[in-house]
Ligand binder design. Structure first.
Ligand code: AMP
Length: 314
């Protein structure tokens, strides 16, 4: 099975309470692709500028990621500058230089036409929709977005939502999208817009999956919501990309499974948490670049242990 991801491939300049990093490799598609590459084949569609070096590309290709869909344009790469304070639950955007992203029109290599799973990472919903329409035969479509698109590009975002099997957003975004402060009601309102299932990320507190009756073929009643933990970590170095890494672990694991079942979906939520927990341990992509499948399985077992309850038998 393979995943095609479209989204930002970027340079990030980051300040966190633990330090600073200048123009390091980032981008939603980058973090997603690295995390998903531990589970399945990944193909990336995006655009970079002339400042994107062969060393940057090697970070992806070393993990077996297919970068043929990354267009090299004449200009500078997308550059995001952000900072985090306190508990680092939310990024403050200091600047967003779209650069070559401003005129980006996704081109999908012919060899990608047989892709089974599509991930629409954070990007202009107009572009997300264009990629969705160019890939009519995929088995599953999952997407992400952010406040910026929810607040100012609502009409085009709603067209994307109508196309999604699974939407992954954080709690603030779910509230902003629906105007509902109660998360359960917000989830119902989101799914009424199109997504069959919804994964709401709560940062350091884990993630919750909500299901509709359309979530799984053959099921007539919707499974209960499912809450997956986040690993309590004593030190977070850089939270950038945690959400995209969660999405990569979640969707990569789902794509590696023989069938989309509620059980596979729940395990995928744990793998999402595992990949998110690695992502924050070093700046940028460093930690994900240097992890192994063995470490991932070890941490998955840790996730099982920290959320396991023995039911008393009187
Ligand atoms: P997250 O997983 O939410 O921490 O995503 C962080 C990544 O999103 C960073 O590596 C940024 O390069 C990227 N990013 C920030 N703003 C945008 C935007 N407006 N569009 C696309 N990607 C963005």
């Amino acid at each position: 099975m393979s995943i095609l991801v479209v989204g930002s491939v970027a340079f990030d300049t980051l300040t966190t309470p633990t330090g600073k990093a200048e123009k390091i490799l980032g981008g939603a598609a980058t973090h997603f692709a690295l995390a998903a590459s531990f589970f399945t084949d990944v193909r990336v569609v995006g655009v970079v500028g002339r400042d994107f070096t062969p060393e940057n590309e090697a970070i992806l290709t070393r993990r077996g990621i297919d970068t043929a869909g990354i267009e090299h344009a004449d200009g500078l790469s997308f550059h995001w500058t952000g900072s985090y304070t306190g508990a680092m639950n939310e990024a403050t955007t200091l600047s967003t230089d779209l650069n070559v992203f401003a005129d980006f029109s996704p081109k999908i290599p012919a060899a990608y036409a047989d892709t089974d799973f599509l991930f629409l990472a954070n990007i202009d919903p107009v572009l997300q929709l264009r990629v969705r329409e160019a890939m009519p035969n995929v088995k599953l479509v999952c997407g992400d977005t952010m406040n910026y698109w929810i607040a100012d590009h609502t009409a085009s975002l709603k067209k994307v939502l109508a196309e999604l099997d699974v939407l992954l957003i954080n709690d603030g975004e779910a509230r902003l999208l629906t105007g509902e402060s109660n998360l359960v009601r917000a989830a119902e309102a989101v799914m009424a817009l199109g997504p069959k299932s919804l994964v709401i990320k709560h940062g350091e507190y884990g993630a919750t999956a909500f299901f509709s009756t359309r979530s799984f073929p053959g099921l007539t009643t919707a499974p209960h919501p499912f809450r997956a933990p986040a690993l309590p970590l004593s030190e977070v170095i850089d939270p950038t990309g945690a959400g995209d890494s969660f999405a990569g672990g979640f969707y990569g694991y789902l794509a590696s499974q023989p069938a989309l079942t509620p059980e596979a979906f729940r395990r995928a939520m744990f793998y999402g948490g595992v990949m998110g927990s690695f992502a924050v341990e070093q700046f940028g992509t460093k930690r994900l670049e240097n992890t192994t499948r063995e470490e991932i399985e070890e941490r998955f077992r840790l996730f099982e242990r920290i959320s396991h309850l023995d039911v008393a038998t009187k």
